[in-house]
Each structure stands twice: as C-alpha cells, then as structure tokens.
Design a protein around this ligand. Sequence first.
Ligand SMILES: [Zn+2]
Length: 257
Amino acid sequence: MKSFAVRIDLESDKGIVAGLPSLLKLFKKLNIRASFYLTMGGESTVFEILKNRGKMKSSAQRKLKIWSFWEKVRMVLFPRDFAKKNGKILNKILEEGHELGLHGYKHRVWTRNLESLNIGSEINKMAKKYHKLFGREARSFTSPGFNVNEEVIEELAKRNITHISDFNERKNYGGLENVPITLCGENRMPFIEYWVGEGKSDEEIIEIFRKEIKEKDFVSFYLHGLFEGRFKISLLEKMIKELQKNKFKSQRIIDFQ
Ligand SMILES: [Zn+2]
C-alpha cells in the first residue's frame, strides 16, 4: 500500500488560533488523518530569550517574515501559555481522529541549548502537562529543530513514547519507531515554506511536488500552523489531492509499525 503522512508542528499562539482551524477543516474535507506536534510550555519568557540567543544548530532559520514588531514586543512582555489557553481547539485534534504528540516544552531552549537541559525532567514536564490538558498519555514526540541525541531517545523510551520523526531513516531507534520526513527543503526546512522562500509560485511548487512523489510508495512532509495553516491551505489541498489521485492513503505517524 502506498501511504503518506502529514506532520504539523504547533509552536505558537498564532499558529494555533489562526492556523489550526483551517487545517482541521481541510483534513476533514479530504478525509485524512494527520499528525500534530505541540510545544507544551508556551512562549519563552524574557529570561529564556536572553539566555538562549545563539543560532540554531540543526535546522535553518525561517526566511519569511512571520512576526510584526509589536507581536514580538507582546511575546516578550506577556508570554502566553498557548497550550493551556487553547485547550478546547487542541482537543479537537484528538476528537477528530488525528494524532497529537509532543514537540518540546520550550521550543527556543531545545533548539539552541539542548545540552544545558535536564532532558528527563524536561520530558516529564511535557508529558505531565499533556496528560492534564488532554486526559491521556502522549505516544509520540518530535524534537524542536530536529535537535536530538541519544539521551533524548533513552528518556523518551522510558516513558512509553513509541514514535518519533527526527531521523532520516525509516527504522527503530532504541525502541522508538522513527517515521522520517521524506520531502523537505535545504536544511530540512518545511517543503512548502522552503519553496515559497525561494520565490516559487503555488503552480511551480505543485509541479515540484508531482515529480517528487512519482515512483515513491511513501511520502511525508511537515509544516507549521503559523505559516502554511494561515497562508497555504489551497496549495496544501492540491498536494493532498495529488497524493490521493495517485492512490496514496493517509496514515498518522503512530500508525506506522
Ligand atoms: Zn518546531
């Protein structure tokens, strides 16, 4: 069977409030099940921002301008606990049959200073909050910025997490099934965002996509509520329809064995 996975990272208030509803609507319309990953600890505080100013090591910085000056000021002065604040719409992800997994506690610290974190207690914080908000255990995890190491794998495996999506190979890492992202831009940028940043039109992007999925029996790509969820719904719809036309069936990351 040919299959595909769509992974969506939710790591900001705007990405959830302004991006998630359109994504859920689209997936319902196309009858697919997607995999969402949520940053559990909300926006970084001013202290966390000052302490974690370095460049990200493992993935590229965003090229497109996503935040206005005043939004940045608001975030620094009044950081939001967006997981808690948006509990209701986030619960819809699970109610509608999608997967909802963990994507770090604070995104910034994880991408920039993973080595400084006590990884075990960081994962405990995520898992505890997930349980409190959604009344069940998280089963999957993706590393912010694909920043992962052996300790992360060990600590996740201890906590009944079964699936990750951090490595390029479709195999088991220390007891965790890894479902790779097969389609992305340079430095593992999200496929759509990367090509938009390169100045491609939707028609050109769908053409690239068509070529990429030819002869494949597994396709996966990832995106963000913040960008594609707000600006690229119709392109995403065309891509998914292209997959369905070519007999690909949607699977959540946790469905892969
Ligand atoms: Zn992320």
